[in-house]
Design a protein around this ligand. Structure first.
Ligand code: CA
Length: 228
C-alpha cells in the first residue's frame, strides 16, 4: 500500500508542484488549504506524513502541531518562509519533525520525508543506536566512537550530546531540545554550554572543525548530525 501524505499549503502553485512530485514518487496525496480544512481531514483519515506550511490564512501552525501531537505520532514536516525563523523553532519544540525553508527543491522535500518516515519506523520498532558515515562510527550500546578506525575518548557530556544527535541523525534538533535532553529542563536557556561542548566534539570528530562534515549548524535553530 502506498504512503499517504497530507499537504497543507495555501499557495496554489506550490501545492500543485508538491502534489505532482509526491504522486510521481508513489505517494497518495491529500491536500488542504487551511488549518481548519487540515483538522477536518485529520479527524476522518490519518495520513502517514504531513507537510505543513506555516503561512496559512486561518491561524497558527503551532496549534495544529500541538493538537495532532496529543494523539498521533505521524511525522510532521514544516515548510516556512525565511522570515519565520522564530516560529519554526516553536514548531519543532511543539513536536514537528523537521522543516524546510522556501524555496526548496523537490529532491530536498523527498529526502526529508524519507528520513522522517524512517525515523518514525525505527522509533516504533527500536531506537536508533548506531551511526556510520565516512570516517565516523558510533555504537551507542557499546559506547563506542571511532574515527578512521581509532577509538575516540569523549567525556560523559560529549558522548551524551553526540548520542542525542545520533538518535535523530539526519534531522535538526533544536537548542532547547538538546539542552533539555542532555543537561535537563532547567538548562534550556544555557546555550553557551551547547556552544562549548559542540566545539569540543567538533575538535575531536571533524577533520576541519570550522567546516564540519558531521556536526552541522542550523543557524538560529540548532544542530543536525549529517544523514548517514
Ligand atoms: Ca502559505
Amino acid at each position: 500500500m502506498s504512503m499517504r501524505v497530507l499537504i497543507v499549503e495555501d499557495d496554489k502553485e506550490i501545492r500543485a508542484l508538491m502534489r505532482a512530485s509526491l504522486s510521481v514518487e508513489g505517494f497518495t496525496v491529500q491536500t488542504a488549504v487551511s488549518l481548519s480544512e487540515a483538522s477536518a481531514l485529520l479527524k476522518n483519515d490519518l495520513p502517514d506524513v504531513m507537510v505543513l506550511d506555516l503561512g496559512l490564512p486561518d491561524g497558527d501552525g503551532v496549534d495544529l502541531v500541538r493538537e495532532v501531537r496529543k494523539r498521533h505520532s505521524l511525522p510532521i514536516l514544516v515548510v516556512s518562509a525565511r522570515h519565520q525563523e522564530a516560529q519554526k523553532i516553536q514548531l519543532l519544540d511543539a513536536g514537528a519533525d523537521d522543516y524546510l525553508t522556501k524555496p526548496f527543491s523537490v529532491g530536498e522535500l523527498l529526502a526529508r520525508i524519507r528520513v522522517a518516515l524512517r525515523h518514525r519506523g525505527t522509533t516504533l520498532a527500536a531506537a536508533v543506536t548506531e551511526y556510520a558515515l565516512d570516517d565516523l562510527r558510533v555504537d551507542l550500546n557499546a559506547r563506542l566512537v571511532q574515527r578512521k578506525g581509532a577509538q575516540l575518548h569523549l567525556t560523559k557530556t560529549e558522548f551524551n550530546l553526540l548520542a542525542r544527535l545520533v538518535r535523530s541523525s539526519g534531522k535538526v534538533v533544536t537548542h532547547r531540545q538538546l539542552l533539555a535532553d542532555v543537561w535537563g529542563d532547567e538548562f534550556i536557556e544555557h546555550t553557551h554550554y551547547l556552544r562549548l561542548y559542540m566545539a569540543q566534539l567538533r575538535a575531536k570528530i571533524e577533520d576541519n572543525p570550522a567546516e564540519p562534515r558531521y556536526l552541522l549548524t542550523e543557524t538560529g535553530v540548532g544542530y543536525r548530525l549529517a544523514a548517514a
